[in-house]
Design a protein around this ligand. Sequence first.
Ligand code: ARG
Length: 283
Amino acid sequence: MPSEDRIQQHRRYLMCRPDHFTVSYEINPWMDRARPPDTAKALRQWQVLHDTYVRLGHRVDLIDPIPGLDDMVYTANSGLVIDGVALGARFSVSERRGEERPFRQWFAAHGYGVVEPVAMQEGEGDLMLAGQIILAGYGFRTQLDSHAEVARVFGREVVSLRLVNPFYYHLDTALCVLDPVEGPGGVERANIAYLPSAFDERAQSELLERFPDAIRLPPSVPESLGLNAVSDGRNVVMSPAATHFADQLRERGYHTVPVDLSELHLGGGGIKCCTLELRGGRS
Ligand code: ARG
């Protein structure tokens, strides 16, 4: 399909400047206190990502960074926002619990209906809207029993997928939603890309059955955090290191937009982790 046929959707994102980004604890295998990031460089790279979204015509909202919350830049983990309803996150790692309240306050102050979660889940890091359904990771951070709560809150089918590789500890490190697919009855499903080896066998069969046309990346080219990309249906903002994934995307008519967040990778997050999608709500 030529790129002219891929349709860009206007998106609204929530981001947080990495003013206080550092690695003072280790909660995933990418983090190493002995190799702290260069905060000024992280800020410059983050600014390019921010400006890229704006240039593509998207709206970007900002939440103020708070000293001592090293990981606040990874806004995707703060909740899941659909149709003006924000289900806040409940972090499984104590190091990030301090982020819960400021994000909930931001959502409420900006007109979102905030739902306090009961079970542990780490927002859009593990809960991804794919067409009408929600794909939900578990195994490292998000607990399986949160999936029923997510289904109830949003009134949508939730498909549970177990993650098995500690380097791909959040669903958004192993799977990317590219665009919704319209059918005769409106949005019916989604195009996705993923790394099958990051999932258990059951999840692999589930994904294969539901998404027969997906881009599947071979285990030999995991292209660290390459799948942690953001698509608006046409433009895929992604790591320049993920060359195999980029080729696959271009073959299918997407326009790839490289943005290097190498410094943020030291905290175990990339482009998608720094981007929370805000769906619905007042503008
Ligand atoms: N250091 C952060 C953590 O371990 C990175 C979060 C990455 N975010 C994401 N959406 N995958 O929680």
